[in-house]
Design a protein around this ligand. Structure first.
Ligand code: FAD
Length: 240
């Protein structure tokens, strides 16, 4: 299925549903049934599924990354973030700050034949530059005028570890009147960690509840309960 097919279907207007619409309906119905089945699983079964799904996705990471690059026509397998400057309040005007990360620091690079964790800042930059179509002069100038500070974050993905429902404390534990937990390791039902929003939500919740304020954070958006989102996800998964 392609976006074009769906657009054609929408443009056709009223009339008998096309094969595509019927197929999408069937997939959405099956998806909603799976969701309902999922709710009745035990924590161990959920852990098992999440573990298998993570391993399967990790196993295909290169293929998935390549698909993303092919589909968007942009990017390589590293993330480099170029924020609007200045990033820091006291940053001099003639300095610009970029940051990025490599998802597989234990692997040898294409340009530098050793793992990123063993590289100096300059070597990391050489590897990154190798993946961009800069001419030699530009690459040399970037190397000459840049300072790279490598940083290893071995626990950063710990936020995604499989866990039991009561492993992490609620923001305001039951019965607490003056103690709350904020940040990525406090439990917020239905929300997804590794976002600034998550931490802000915990802080807002803590202040609002303990001080008994009227304004609480908005509900967490549950896209997985929205048939339009599910249909769009299914379409994306089956797009060729
Ligand atoms: C590579 C990467 C990319 C990310 N990309 C995104 C993104 O695109 N969008 C998004 O929404 N989120 C992103 N995140 C997640 C987001 O940055 C974090 O979830 C968010 O910054 C957490 O905010 P926080 O205030 O809870 O904790 P932090 O920002 O970690 O702040 C905690 C602070 O406490 C300090 N501290 C720790 N221990 C002590 C101590 N004992 N005494 C005093 N101070 C201490 C630390 O130095 C730190 O400054 C990303 C994170 C990473 C690592």
């Amino acid at each position: 299925m392609t976006r074009h097919d769906v657009g054609t279907e929408a443009a056709a207007g009223a009339g008998a549903p096309s094969d595509i619409a019927v197929a999408v309906d069937r997939l959405v119905t099956a998806g909603l049934k799976s969701l309902a089945d999922y709710e009745s699983l035990t924590q161990e079964q959920v852990d098992h599924i999440v573990k298998k799904a993570s391993v399967a996705a990790l196993d295909q990471h290169t293929a998935l990354a390549r698909l993303a690059v092919e589909e968007t026509g942009r990017g390589v397998f590293v993330t480099v973030v170029a924020h609007r400057q200045p990033v820091y309040r006291d940053q001099p005007e003639d300095v610009s700050v970029r940051w990025g990360y490599g998802l597989f620091p234990g692997r040898a690079g294409n340009q530098t034949p050793k793992p990123m964790t063993m590289c100096s800042g300059r070597e990391v930059l050489e590897e990154v530059l190798h993946h961009f179509p800069f001419d030699e002069r530009t690459a040399a100038r970037i190397l000459e005028t840049s300072t790279v500070v490598p940083c290893v974050m071995p626990y950063i993905t710990s936020q995604f570890l499989a866990r039991r429902r009561d492993d992490r404390p609620r923001v305001v534990p039951e019965g607490s009147v003056n103690l709350a937990f904020i940040g990525q390791f406090a439990e917020v039902p239905d929300d997804v960690v590794f976002t600034v929003e998550y931490s802000v939500r915990t802080a807002w919740t803590a202040v609002a509840r303990l001080l008994k304020l009227d304004r609480h954070p908005p509900e967490v958006y549950k896209g997985h309960h929205d048939p339009r989102v599910l249909a769009s996800a299914l379409e994306t998964m089956h797009r060729r």
